[in-house]
Design a protein around this ligand. Sequence first.
Ligand SMILES: CC(C)(COP(=O)(O)OP(=O)(O)OC[C@H]1O[C@@H](n2cnc3c(N)ncnc32)[C@H](O)[C@@H]1OP(=O)(O)O)[C@@H](O)C(=O)NCCC(=O)NCCS
Ligand SMILES: CC(=O)OP(=O)(O)O
Length: 324
Amino acid sequence: MELFEQLSAKIKGQDKTLVFPEGEDVRVQGAAIRLAADGLIKPILLGNQAEIKAVATNNGFDLAAVEVIDPAQYPKEQFETMVNALVERRNGKTDADTAAKWLTDVNYFGTMLVYMGQADGMVSGATHPTGDTVRPALQIIKTKPGSSRISGAFVMQKGDQRYIFADAAINIDIDAQTMAEIAIQSAQTAQVFGLDPKVAMLSFSSKGSAKAPQVDKVAEATKLAHEAAPDLAIDGELQFDAAIVESVAAAKAPESTVAGHANVFVFPDLQAGNIGYKIAQRLGGFEAIGPVLQGLAKPISDLSRGANEEDVYKVAIITAAQAL
Ligand SMILES: CC(C)(COP(=O)(O)OP(=O)(O)OC[C@H]1O[C@@H](n2cnc3c(N)ncnc32)[C@H](O)[C@@H]1OP(=O)(O)O)[C@@H](O)C(=O)NCCC(=O)NCCS
Ligand SMILES: CC(=O)OP(=O)(O)O
């Protein structure tokens, strides 16, 4: 069975509720209506009630199976409960006035619905940049036990080829310890997507072919990940060609069991990761699913603003599966 058929079969009938803060967006509405019609999730759209209706009418959508919440018309008592819960969660870092202001932003409002258990997960980012989409999750949902950082992976698919690219979304400039943690998180994500992880720690050097502090960082991250997860198939530092092409691996890293066969690619910083996934997507013809946020205590997913309706639909399926 194909990946999304498997995930859909898992979530069907589980009635997971997902909140979509960008309820006025036509791609989001289209996906939410399909997800509800397919019995996969119960969607909540956030936004201005009149605008949401206008978009639906203009596109011939029927919103009967979709709950709509207009934060501006949220009952006063429930809003106050939400403000108090946010202040308590922030534990002295955010006062009531700031919390009330934050909650006028749909991403904060949606994240609080998840935090308070009124939704099982959230999908946003079709119109908001990543920082604005994920910041509320970092501040409110926070990391799950065993994780100290949140990172973002893409599932890259073309035909029967499937790879994980990380971090391509969150951590801008990482140290060796963070890169090691991202590697281990990404291997776990690979397993969720049916891959037997073989992790390449990427660099512009293979096994000491270049000397630079940036290369040392990747070699150190590989060592730290080995120590933390001794059973994980991981190697570095490797150039991308050595990681993926058997003949190049034979020349550049002949001792490696990962080189030439890697399916999880961990990038040394966000410039490389974000550029890398978009090149594979736009020039290589790979479908980019994600970013799938790794290490969060509850499932919140970001979208690329370049996402289409199908991307929203698929990311929602992944998010609901994470909520099981
Ligand atoms: C994600 C991002 C917005 C966080 O930046 P920020 O809001 O300036 O973060 P701050 O350092 O102010 O931290 C805000 C909170 O988030 C937490 N946080 C930040 N990054 C985190 C991470 N990777 N994992 C876990 N928590 C994190 C901080 O601990 C802090 O929590 P606190 O308020 O309870 O103390 C920033 O790293 C970023 O812009 N990343 C790049 C996003 C992007 O543009 N990607 C490309 C497109 S996908
Ligand atoms: C993940 C990503 O790059 O998002 P955007 O295209 O919205 O910046």
